[in-house]
Ligand binder design. Structure first.
Ligand code: PLP
Length: 375
């Protein structure tokens, strides 16, 4: 049927011109300072403060450790309200801190926390909310702020998908007590591996600085049970290079995104998350929800047909984190029916800056032909 001209994977890391990276790391051969908050590290923190328009940025070796240590630094206890429609990291970070996740369902429009269900889950044991910005769509940050304020809860956003997104002109990084970003190679902005926490409370910044470096306050004082989660100079150098190209990156992603919408929007049974008002997007992912009754075949079947055609889409997020094998018997996955349903119907299609229009068309035509054959 379709000639497979090489496989198309769900994502492909963007890289700066190699000369630019070499120039960036050249100085490391002069000063031999490779990690532990070196020059590149400090420079990247400053550039990110500017770009994200926040008072504080603390860099980490990856996004997961950034989230785990943010929760640790706040000395939380008891229950934390979060959503199960997310990457393993969010739930693991809560549980690895000895906290109990309480799962709130998501809304079916953009798959973030359903604000109408949030308040009923708050108990006297609740100490924080960890909402997730999904695919670059933002949570209802205003309602969350209001509810958190009323009940004296901390808010820590998993903003791994939302780097560079703005709401009413305001940086996504400025909401809540802290926001975690991932700079993993597959993200819109990356430093190979890496992550950051944005915050405005200076003391939180100092705690994070210590925790990611074994809890060392000074040479002879170790007063926190930290670990090692520092970003090294090669990662920071990659971040500095990629930050220079971020605007082009987002424009290219936007073009791809719009081509998908153009090609797929009239297909019965395919639903796209609702674009929100007042948001400047980063076009991080292209998810589709497949309604079997209208589309003709299920998400799993479409996933496999695409694969036979050399196109690797991803069931992301599936399964729900509350349904993971490692948590068997701990959580009631039926308490979040919308999350369960979306997770069974969701498929994220390939999207990255260098994905050609021809490739998008090839993907869309496989989807279209598949449906025509069914009906
Ligand atoms: C990527 C991601 C993380 C983890 O980030 P790493 O940098 O890979 O550790 C956490 N949460 C979500 C939603 C993510 O997509």
């Amino acid at each position: 049927m379709f000639k497979v001209e090489g496989n198309i994977y769900v994502t492909r890391s963007s890289m700066p011109p190699i000369e630019e990276y070499i120039e960036e790391i050249q100085e490391l051969w002069d000063n031999h300072w490779l990690t532990n908050m070196g020059e590149k590290h400090c420079l990247l923190e400053e550039k990110l403060k500017d770009y994200l328009n926040v008072n504080g940025v603390s860099l980490f070796c990856n996004g997961h450790m950034a989230l785990e240590m943010t929760l640790q630094s706040m000395r939380l206890s008891g229950e934390v309200i979060t959503t199960p429609f997310t990457f393993a990291s969010t739930t693991h970070a809560i549980i690895r801190n000895g906290l109990t996740p309480v799962f709130c369902d998501i809304n079916s429009e953009n798959f973030t926390m359903d604000i109408n269900r949030l308040e009923s889950l708050i108990t006297e044991r609740t100490t924080a909310i960890v909402p997730v910005h999904v695919y670059g769509n933002l949570c209802d940050v205003e309602s969350i702020e209001q509810i958190a304020h009323k009940h004296h809860l901390k808010v820590i956003y998993d903003a791994a998908h939302a780097f560079g997104v703005k709401y009413k002109g305001r940086s996504v990084a400025s909401f809540g007590d802290a926001s975690m970003f991932s700079f993993h190679a597959t993200k819109v902005f990356h430093s190979i591996e890496g992550g950051a926490v944005c915050f405005s409370n200076e003391e939180l910044g100092l705690n994070l600085y210590r925790l990611k470096n074994f809890g060392i306050r000074d040479e002879e004082t170790i007063d926190a049970i930290g670990a090692n989660a520092k970003m090294n100079e090669f990662q920071a150098a990659m971040g500095l290079c990629n930050l220079r190209h971020l605007n082009e990156e987002i424009i290219k992603r936007k073009n791809t995104y719009e081509r998908y919408i153009e090609q797929l929007s009239d297909i019965r049974g395919l639903i796209f998350p609702k674009q929100q008002e007042y948001i400047e997007y980063n076009y991080a992912y292209f998810p589709i929800v497949i309604e079997k009754n209208a589309f003709g075949i299920s998400r799993d079947e479409l996933h496999d047909i695409l694969k036979e055609n050399g196109i690797y889409a991803r069931k992301y997020f599936y399964p729900l984190t509350s349904a993971f094998d490692c948590y068997q018997g701990l959580f009631d996955t039926y308490s979040t029916p919308i999350a369960m349903q979306i997770s069974n119907q969701i498929l994220t299609l390939p999207l990255y800056a260098d994905l050609s229009i021809e490739s998008v068309d090839r993907i869309c035509s496989v989807i279209r032909t598949t449906q025509r054959k069914v009906f």
